[in-house]
Design a protein around this ligand. Structure first.
Ligand code: HEC
Ligand code: HEC
Ligand code: HEC
Ligand code: HEC
Ligand code: HEC
Ligand code: HEC
Length: 299
């Protein structure tokens, strides 16, 4: 009799345990109490860090949406990514994996580098923010810019980043003429800008001199941070000459070009520079347009 009762109790308890286990398996994990992730998941110094896991999965974080929600704002586990990734697009925001609060361009680069001597960082901010000689250029001058993280061509290809340089300024065409006459063109400079990830140099860009009377063979090094590559005379003119105006002056007849030999630059380019060759309107310099005699035009 007693044996029978004990037997029933054992069977009942066993059923209960199996049942409860099955029930638990079906339940979504409860936030905070159940460790669904490995230890170190939120510690950026750990090899188990969630950012590293996403990186190792070819940047795929869409699997996280199953539990954390399609907008990463909690989902069935009610644990939001946005408590930490608080920008508008959450963890898919453009500065999650590269860039800073200034913009999405490095620094920092994909590997976390900050110094401009790293090719992933290079002269990005010099180009974007501009300085004394220009207002800078947009990302789209050098890259095709993805509207979202999973746009084809973005995270699906291995480093180095693609730098096709297909923007308006980078590909500006200028015509060569024997006289100062807009229409009598003899040769056409069609920049075919290219970036070499081997030497980290840019060649044939309009911006750096591949235009009429410019220094067509100048190939600046992307991660040379010495600042010498944007001196007067690098893109047009000759850095070895004595005065600033002589250094900046494009090729004249004496050098096989067609530019006037006068060094009174502001007399004809007064919209851009003043008599001491400071820029009065740097937005008109390196903008793909020629500013001369008070006009802005193609050349
Ligand atoms: C507790 C705070 C916190 C939460 C919650 C959080 N993250 Fe992060 N995440 C971080 C930190 C910190 C970094 C590293 C930032 C850095 O390196 O500067 C990071 C980095 C990342 C990176 C960049 C990886 C890389 O190598 O560049 C991705 C992608 C990412 N998180 C996705 C997510 C997703 C998706 C979620 C939600 C499912 C999430 N994070 C939730 C704090 C958090
Ligand atoms: C099976 C469901 C599930 C999936 C899939 C999932 N998580 Fe979680 N995650 C949870 C739960 C539950 C918690 C809370 C309990 C815990 O911390 O373990 C959590 C917690 C976190 C936390 C800590 C949040 C905090 O504020 O401390 C981060 C960060 C995180 N997840 C990131 C991710 C990332 C990144 C992915 C995708 C690679 C991902 N999770 C996929 C269920 C999931
Ligand atoms: C999940 C991480 C991640 C996020 C978020 C992210 N990127 Fe990227 N991005 C990368 C990686 C990795 C590369 C390098 C890809 C390669 O090698 O071509 C890259 C490269 C780029 C490049 C260089 C051109 C290229 O495709 O190689 C641009 C421009 C860029 N990202 C813009 C953006 C913009 C804009 C956003 C927001 C819409 C964004 N990124 C969000 C990881 C990310
Ligand atoms: C003047 C041209 C230029 C402009 C403008 C530019 N980039 Fe780049 N970008 C490059 C070059 C060159 C590389 C380096 C390729 C290599 O690794 O050799 C690069 C690499 C990158 C990388 C990959 C970094 C890594 O870790 O390797 C990202 C991400 C990126 N750019 C994003 C951007 C974004 C976002 C913008 C605009 C906010 C931008 N870039 C503007 C030329 C440019
Ligand atoms: C990074 C390359 C680069 C450097 C460095 C550079 N220029 Fe230019 N410059 C150009 C380009 C490209 C043009 C062609 C017209 C345009 O797009 O603005 C130009 C045109 C000019 C013009 C004609 C007016 C116009 O249309 O812009 C003047 C004047 C001029 N530059 C002065 C200078 C002076 C002075 C310096 C040194 C302080 C200098 N440049 C350094 C690239 C450069
Ligand atoms: C007498 C007027 C005059 C003076 C002075 C002058 N320029 Fe020009 N510049 C022009 C004209 C005209 C063009 C357009 C030539 C063409 O396309 O036919 C031009 C074009 C340019 C270009 C584009 C390349 C080219 O040759 O087409 C640059 C760069 C430039 N000038 C810089 C300078 C600088 C720097 C100085 C001072 C050293 C200067 N210019 C002085 C009239 C002048």
């Amino acid at each position: 009799m007693n044996t029978l009762v004990v037997g029933f109790v054992i069977v009942f308890m066993a059923l209960c345990v199996i049942g409860c286990t099955e029930l638990k398996k079906d339940l979504p994990p409860t936030g905070g109490t159940l460790a669904v992730h490995r230890s170190g998941w939120t510690d950026s110094t750990s090899s188990n860090f969630h950012g590293t896991a996403i990186r190792n999965a070819n940047w795929d974080m869409m699997s996280c949406q199953t539990c954390h929600g399609s907008k990463y704002d909690g989902g069935i586990v009610n644990v939001s990514c946005r408590t930490c990734h608080n920008q508008s697009a959450g963890p898919e925001h453009c500065t999650t994996c590269h860039g800073s609060s200034n913009n999405a361009a490095p620094p920092r680069d994909i590997d976390g580098n900050i110094s401009t001597t790293f090719r992933g960082v290079g002269a990005h901010q010099k180009h974007l923010i501009g300085g004394s000689i220009s207002d800078g250029v947009a990302c789209s001058e050098c890259h095709s810019v993805p509207p979202s993280v999973y746009t084809p061509g973005h995270v699906d290809s291995p480093l180095p980043a693609e730098v096709p340089m297909e923007g308006y300024v980078a590909t500006t065409v200028s015509n060569e003429s024997t006289t100062v006459d807009w229409d009598s063109s003899l040769a056409v400079f069609t920049p075919l800008p290219s970036y070499s990830p081997v030497s980290a140099t840019c060649s044939n860009t309009y911006c750096h001199g591949n235009f009429k009377n410019g220094n067509t063979s100048f190939a600046p090094v992307w991660n040379d941070a010495t600042g010498t590559q944007a001196a007067c005379g690098t893109c047009h003119g000759d850095t070895s000459r004595a005065t600033l105006a002589e250094r900046a002056r494009p090729k004249t007849a004496a050098e096989g070009g067609t530019h006037p030999s006068s060094t009174a630059c502001s007399a004809c380019h007064g919209d851009v520079v003043n008599a001491s060759l400071s820029f009065v309107n740097k937005s008109k310099h390196i903008n793909g347009k020629l500013n001369v005699f008070g006009q802005e035009r193609d050349f």
